[in-house]
Design a protein around this ligand. Structure first.
Ligand code: DAT
Ligand code: MG
Length: 149
């Protein structure tokens, strides 16, 4: 079973979309194995977005992520990394399809509501960065046999 790191960004929390986002992952069939609402330190934000440190938007991105609480989550399921990105939609809400989280609720790239790991290796790195092992619960939902062959 694969795991991915999903974060509802400050705009999603401030706009009251926590439940909306969780509902979409839940009804798809994915399993929530970790979740916390937290203020993000500058150090954590910079580490999380390290790959973008030389981009012109890096400073603004770190400011934004540290400006108000986020909801950090780990979701589990078959191909949840790629499938999670599909649920989230394209980075720029101009191009994110209706029916995706960004497509339904976002207008601009700098306020695109949600983060999702872009690859299995990235997910492992991000989960280790945001969560400790005891914060993650391994469990099998009762409907497992109705979700997977
Ligand atoms: P994603 O979040 O879809 O993985 P990314 O990794 O390319 O996208 O960028 C990380 C975040 O940085 C993205 O969600 C929003 C912000 N961002 C990316 N490109 C940007 C740009 N050109 N201007 C402003 N913010 C940008
Ligand atoms: Mg990314």
């Amino acid at each position: 079973m694969e795991r991915t790191f999903i974060m509802i960004k400050p705009d999603g929390v401030q706009r009251g979309l926590i439940g909306e986002v969780i509902a979409r992952f839940e009804r798809k069939g994915f399993t929530l194995v970790g979740m916390k609402l937290m203020a993000v330190s500058r150090e954590l934000a910079e580490k999380h977005y390290d790959v973008h440190k030389d981009k012109p938007f890096f400073g603004g991105l770190v400011e934004f992520i540290t400006s108000s609480p986020v909801v950090a989550m780990v979701w589990e399921g078959e191909n949840v990394v790629a499938s999670g990105r599909t649920l989230i939609g394209a980075t720029n809400p101009i191009s994110s399809a209706p029916g995706t989280i960004r497509g339904d609720f976002g207008i601009t790239i700098g306020r695109n509501l949600i983060h999702g790991s872009d690859a299995v290796e990235t997910a492992q790195r991000e989960i280790a960065l945001w969560f400790t092992e005891p914060e993650l619960a391994s469990w099998t939902p009762a409907n497992h046999g109705w979700l997977y062959e």
